[in-house]
Design a protein around this ligand. Structure first.
Ligand SMILES: NC(=O)c1ccc[n+]([C@@H]2O[C@H](COP(=O)([O-])OP(=O)(O)OC[C@H]3O[C@@H](n4cnc5c(N)ncnc54)[C@H](O)[C@@H]3O)[C@@H](O)[C@H]2O)c1
Length: 437
């Protein structure tokens, strides 16, 4: 293919070098004359593994060259890849100056170009940027229409500096955010020989995935460092601790606990995070990430409450209120907290959980309900139907499969607030509200 790559920084130079190495005809575009001259001399504008040799070979074989002339680059290619920088502003916001400018320039060149053109964006941009900035700027400056005269897609880059070439050929995944399929189909032709999971999704989802990825990596580093600091303070080898943590592929390094839903609770997580934070405080070890975990959980409870009360109904039903499905343990159940707060505000509640049936409960849990939360015991009913008949807003509080069929029986005027995601496929329906979807 004939491809132009805009921005000869880390991402652009690696993409241009690898694409040319794979046999495509590539034009690198950058307003920086030094970078353009360097590339045309066969030298890499960045230091990155074997990219220097790859660029040198591609330039001498004529498959790669560079220019600052946007018009020339667009007219001689069928696809352009935008890799310009998206740095931080002083206030932390994303600086889109380069994105806006490159879209204006490409758009102006498209005005003069006939035939369908593809614009793929690899720069990291917050959700909504494609729709609010890239597409309008391209349309305005080209006088053409997306989807009709040219196609756009967001194609986030996941390479890491230092191993960028290896990451190009063995990416953790290939993600394409698109409206139609024409743009993505063409992009996929670039990766015919690669073996990597391919995700083709909505534009905004792809934009967000890149941020979720990087935030997750940052959280992982911060977490490991705090565990290390705390371990060292008590004379333990933190690397050993984290190596053992990482050996657990079932609960630790897995999709477990990584789906948005309601707050955590139960007899272990809150208690143990609290104790760890306390120990760190008493040792004068700062662990801001760990300290933020319980407040973050508290915010999720408030978010759930707001979602419920914002429906404007007085009669609320709760399906599932033990801290997770399959248990009768109510200790530190976030749903119990929600029920108590709603009760305090004067809402009329009926609550049901098949695992929390007073008639069947014995021992500690029965004592806990009767002694600690007798006000909740009074709200408990013995079937889903009793909740449904009563409630104007039905809250789903744990993932019991028993609640699934009810979603098909919502009556007019009745609203579902799903805190756990068992009905997430209904997202967008007026009577259905998910907490994170
Ligand atoms: N560096 C990484 O490891 C990495 C990894 C994944 C994603 N990203 C994202 O990719 C994007 C690029 O990152 P980078 O590190 O390569 O940036 P960079 O700052 O190294 O390079 C950006 C290049 O864009 C050029 N540029 C600016 N305006 C231009 C224009 N109008 N036309 C053509 N070129 C123009 C600049 O001169 C510069 O050479 C950013 O959004 C970044 O967040 C970076």
């Amino acid at each position: 293919m004939n491809i132009s790559v805009f921005g000869m920084g880390y991402v652009g130079a690696v993409s241009a070098g690898c694409l040319a190495h794979d046999g495509h005809s590539v034009i690198g575009v950058d307003p920086n004359r030094t970078k353009v001259d360097l590339l045309n001399e066969g030298r890499s504008p960045i230091i990155e593994g074997e990219i220097g040799t790859m660029i040198e070979k591609s330039v001498s074989s004529g498959r790669l060259r560079a220019t600052s002339d946007v018009q020339e680059a667009v007219s001689q290619t069928e696809l352009c890849v935008i890799c310009v920088g998206t740095p931080s502003q002083i206030n932390g916001n994303l600086d889109l100056t380069y994105v806006r400018r490159v879209c204006e320039e490409i758009g102006a060149a498209l005005r003069e170009r006939s035939g369908y053109y593809i614009v793929a964006v690899r720069s990291t941009m917050l959700p909504g940027t494609m729709r609010d900035v890239v597409i309008p700027f391209l349309e305005r400056s080209s006088g053409k229409i997306t989807g009709q005269d040219f196609g756009v897609c967001i194609h986030p880059e996941f390479l890491r500096e230092g191993t960028a070439v290896a990451d190009f050929y063995q990416p953790p995944k290939i993600v394409i955010g698109e409206d139609g399929t024409r743009c993505g189909d063409l992009i996929m032709r670039l990766y015919e020989n690669l073996h990597a999971p391919v995700v083709r999704t909505a534009i905004e989802v792809a934009e967000m995935v890149k941020y979720a990825d990087n935030a997750w990596h940052a959280v992982k580093v911060g977490f490991a460092n705090e565990i290390g600091a705390l371990s060292k303070a008590v004379g333990i080898d933190g690397q050993k601790v984290m190596q053992i943590l990482c050996q657990d592929l079932k609960l630790n390094l897995s999709a477990h606990y990584l789906s948005p839903g309601f707050a955590f609770g139960g007899s272990c997580l809150p208690k143990d995070v609290r104790a760890l934070s306390y120990r760190a405080r008493s040792l004068d070890v700062k662990v801001p990430l760990l300290d933020a975990v319980l407040p973050s959980n508290e915010v999720q409870i408030e978010r759930g409450l707001r979602l419920i009360t914002s429906q404007g109904h007085k009669k609320i039903g709760v399906l599932g209120f033990s801290f997770k499905v399959g248990t009768d343990d109510l200790r530190e159940s976030p749903m119990v907290e929600v029920i108590e707060r709603l009760l305090g505000k004067g809402y009329e509640l009926k609550v049901y959980d098949r695992n929390v049936d007073l008639a069947k409960l014995m021992g500690a849990n029965r004592d806990y309900i009767l002694n600690h939360i007798p006000h909740i015991a009074r709200l408990m009913v013995r079937s889903v139907d009793e909740v449904l008949t009563h409630a104007e807003t039905v809250v789903i509080g744990n993932r019991d499969r028993e609640f699934q069929p009810f979603l098909d029986r919502i009556r007019p005027g009745q609203v579902v607030v799903d805190l756990v995601g068992i009905g997430s496929s209904r997202s967008g329906e007026g009577s259905y509200h998910g907490i994170g979807w």
